[in-house]
Design a protein around this ligand. Structure first.
Ligand code: SF4
Length: 316
């Protein structure tokens, strides 16, 4: 039987960002340097495939530092950790490597700088997300107020409206965040924002590519994990940009073929923690069922790279 034609739009950029790439390298290099087991506090990046691969090589994933022995190295995930975590590791004389993405660390430094200047901090983020927990944990408990929506801005109680600053999670929806920032500026005209946008280049670029791709597609799939903030935002951005069916899939097995019945075009992208091998798996699944014509929807070219920490670098 002949296959139906299908235009497969592929978003670019998509998938791994520089922070995720660096964090995975750090675990791999730690395993080479110290041997197994190496402990990793929280999933190094939000992707089961990546985590399972590192586990097979000898990484042990835990949620809390208290689950790690004193005599094995521990790595902190790309999302960042509250200050109390490295402090506790130091107190126990542990070897630790911080794989926090440098763009998250930049937000941590910003938060501290504002606090040092006597400003109360507001964080725009998702409650309970490890990055939000890590950024809020740069300052003493209760010092950072979390807002998730413009409605939260209307009800938040601040110490002094003249002495306020805000930071954001790096993986938010650009449009939703703009609404929250507008609400903050309207209610607190003196509030100080970041010098440069906290939402990172990778989140921004992936959302822009989806905005360009979504209106062309009958359906859109985002390869990513259910706990990946930037992947979930891509699904929302796709729906809002005009694609009536936008779904998150972890890999090809998750594709709901019945829901895709009759489509003439599909858009594919991936969150910043989804490896290219899973994207290719999804593309191959379409190629096995359809007569596929691929089209790249490229809105930016990325060449960002982050160095690994000195403790793991081989001396030149
Ligand atoms: S999504 Fe952005 S902030 Fe998060 S690891 Fe990637 S580059 Fe860093």
């Amino acid at each position: 039987m002949s296959k139906s034609p299908l235009t497969l739009y592929l978003a670019a950029p998509r998938g791994f960002c520089a922070g995720v790439d660096r964090a995975i390298k750090i675990v791999e290099m730690a395993l080479e340097k110290w041997g197994a087991p190496v402990y990793v506090r929280h999933e190094i990046v939000h992707n089961k495939f990546v985590v399972d691969g590192l586990r097979e090589k000898g990484a042990v994933f835990v949620e809390e530092l208290s689950e790690c022995p004193d005599d094995r190295p521990v790595i902190f995930s790309a999302h960042g950790v509250p200050k109390s975590v490295p402090n506790a590791a130091q107190a126990r004389n542990m070897v630790y490597v911080d794989a926090t993405c440098p763009l998250v660390s930049k937000v941590h430094i910003e938060a501290q700088r504002h606090a040092d200047a006597g400003l109360q901090m507001i964080m725009i983020g998702h409650e309970g997300h490890p990055e939000t927990v890590g950024t809020m944990g740069q300052l003493p408990d209760g010092e950072v107020l979390l807002v998730e929506t413009p409605q939260d801005v209307a009800t938040v109680t601040v110490r002094d409206p003249q002495k306020l600053a805000y930071v954001t999670q790096t993986t938010l929806s650009i449009d939703d965040t703009a609404d929250i920032v507008a609400a903050l500026n309207a209610r607190f005209p003196a509030i100080v924002g970041p010098h440069k946008e906290d939402i990172c280049y990778a989140t921004t670029n992936r959302q822009e590519a989806v905005k360009a791709m979504a209106p062309k597609c009958d359906a859109m799939l985002v390869v990513g994990a259910p706990n990946s903030s930037n992947s979930k935002r891509l699904v929302e951005v796709g729906s809002r940009a005009g694609c009536s069916y936008a779904q998150l899939v972890q890999r090809a097995d998750d594709i709901d073929w019945r829901a895709l019945d009759g489509i003439k075009s599909i858009g594919i992208t991936a969150g910043a923690s989804a490896p290219e091998v899973l994207i290719n798996e999804v593309i191959d699944a379409f190629k096995s069922r359809y007569d596929v014509t691929e089209e790249l929807v490229e809105t930016a070219i990325e060449n960002v790279e982050f160095k690994v920490p000195r403790v793991l670098r081989v001396p030149a």
